[in-house]
Ligand binder design. Sequence first.
Ligand code: SF4
Ligand code: SF4
Length: 385
Amino acid sequence: MNNDNYINFLDLSDNAIKHNEGPSIFSLDNSELKNPYINPNDSSKLGTALCRTIENLDEELNKFEKNFVNKHNTVFWASDYEDVFDNLRIIFKSQKVRSARLPSINASTIFREIGLKYFLKQEKIELTDSGDVQFFNVDMLLPDTGSLLLLNQTNNSFQKLSNNTTNIFFTTIDRVLPNINLIDIYRKIVTYANGAENQDMVIFKGSPNCNNYLFIVDNRRTVFLQEKPLRPALTCVNCGRCSDVCPVLQTIGNTPYNNVFTGPVANIVLPYFETFETYLHVLYACTLCGRCEEVCPISLPIRDMIIASRQSLMSNDIMEKKDRRMMAALRKFLTNRSKMNASVFNKKHLLMKYISSDVKKSRRPAQFCEESCAKMYQKNHGSEE
Ligand code: SF4
Ligand code: SF4
């Protein structure tokens, strides 16, 4: 066993680490993560580090590539799924690939995002347990060491990782963990969504007898990065805590957008990752109540980002002129005290004048209370305050 292949985990106790047979792979015992306590200082350290990384993404990705390629691995930078498929066809042809092993598709957002399963079907690649190639979803790139962090691997799959002749890894450009000492807190946080039992974590630096290809997919993330106030959204670690408390998602269900992206962060990224025409409305599926921010372990400013995104749509002519006029008129109306003091009947009547007919068709009319909050407070508590 070559010790040079092993990463020195400064913050993980020795007995938590067990070695796999393969030369460059670690597996950690995750059983202690069933109910992990998250130290707020640690999670804030992670959040800060991820935000800093998103601001210096090009540097971190270059560093990662340099270290990863040094170990005889190959990196493909793919702008979109077509780019991925073109390169996969070349690999399949050169390696005479007829079958593939795919991990559970539900657990792998990137596979669903690019539609890998449909592509494999189209190419007549048979899905088997011992395919000619094996696909892996990479949770995080580790630029420090040029390694890949793979969570939720079964023992079976990482045994194959070292024996298979061709391993194909997928991730997106925003999945970068800048420091290996953050791995422990990262896995504790994401375990909330994934569960911990019977799962292992693998740090993969390359295996000498295998062909290792890594696809790093953009899929419009570089377009999204141009919106500076929205960049923190790309640091979301998909732990799922926010979805569990969001009153909108509790009402309309956790996967309402017919898309692989879910949760409050989907409201921010979807119009950019997909098209504004199709996903503009999701920006307004938020009451700005802030519950998501209260539970987010890395303190993502979700409300601020949703507001910034709405402002950007208003000022960049992305929203149609008639809709912008409607929003401006609504703002004037809803922030006018004398109009808000009018009777419920009048308020409803006035409001409907500002709403365009297509919006009226798809939305329930707004409901006003009989009395203002101030009046109700006075009624319940007397007028001393
Ligand atoms: S601020 Fe918006 S996204 Fe966050 S919990 Fe409230 S409604 Fe949901
Ligand atoms: S935004 Fe939601 S899913 Fe993302 S890290 Fe925060 S709580 Fe977790």
